[in-house]
Design a protein around this ligand. Structure first.
Ligand code: GLP
Length: 261
């Protein structure tokens, strides 16, 4: 995998947004997989700025959701669908008709998961999937020891993840659902390009395990090592536990002049 060390979150956002823009220029109806959490915000801000300046046209772009809480109605302000509407769709001017996501309130959750997995494949697959990473190495909501071949399904959150996400629920862990729907690791690996973005010291151990540790379900993000086009974009703090930083910097600085990531 390629590891790109950027000075700060803003430049990481710009780099990833430019990769999305390049994709949309060659494939205007590309399916972009987006993630929630605070890390991806600089990406959507940078992409929205490109849309405003006319540098990229997203009028035919499609957006796919990575994961969702079970039991929160779609219009609940903390449902990931609502969060993505506010933080991605509205700033980009993309309507719900170009959006696909799992139904967190379905009576038959398993059926909804399978339907979403199938819908992604029928849509031609995700062209570029943006991922954050949990402090425990999760991607989407695939908690440690998730099957590396898993498909979209229901998962139970670890208490660590519920504590981490309580900040989005007024700091009240009791409001954080226990169950979620997430694209499986096998599903995520089917995207054409995976871009994992991590910032801050709190992610340094998880990033080191992802990039330099063994491929192991205990660190779900390490599955990226199996992907043919995975890019890990990290700021200095998130890169601080990596042993091969000098090589990663050298390789990126000397990269030939083809798409940056
Ligand atoms: C949640 C999401 C993940 C995200 C993670 C990290 O658990 N399901 O997709 O990567 O949060 O969030 P943050 O970027 O806010 O640290």
């Amino acid at each position: 995998m390629e590891v790109v060390i950027v000075p700060d979150a803003e430049s990481g956002g710009e780099l990833i947004a430019e990769a999305m823009a390049q994709l949309l220029r060659r494939k205007p109806d590309a399916l972009l997989g987006v993630a929630t959490g605070s890390t991806p915000l600089p990406v959507s801000e940078a992409l929205a700025a490109k849309v405003r300046s006319g540098a990229v046209d997203v009028s035919r772009a499609r957006i796919a959701q990575l994961d969702e809480y079970v039991g929160l109605p779609a219009e609940h302000p903390k449902s990931y669908r609502s969060v993505l509407t506010r933080e991605v769709l509205e700033p980009l001017g993309i309507g719900m008709d170009a959006f696909m996501g799992p139904d967190g309130t379905a009576e038959d959750v398993q059926e909804a998961c399978e339907a979403y997995d199938m819908a992604l494949a029928e849509a031609g697959g995700v062209d570029l999937q943006l991922l954050g990473i949990g402090t425990d190495g999760h991607i989407g909501f695939n908690e440690p020891c998730s099957s590396l071949a898993s498909r979209t399904r229901i998962k139970t959150l670890t208490e660590q993840t519920r504590w981490d996400n309580a900040r989005f629920f007024d700091g009240d862990i009791d409001q954080v659902p226990h169950h979620v729907i997430t694209q499986g690791i096998g599903t995520i690996l089917q995207a054409w390009h995976l871009v994992l973005f991590a910032t801050g010291e709190g992610k340094a151990d998880a990033v080191a395990a992802t990039v330099e540790g063994p491929v192991a379900a205990v660190c779900p993000a390490s599955a990226l090592q199996l992907h043919r086009h995975a890019t890990v974009v990290v700021d200095e703090a998130a890169a601080s536990e990596l042993k091969l930083v000098d090589y990663f910097r050298h390789a990126f600085a000397n990269k030939p002049d083809w798409p940056q990531i």
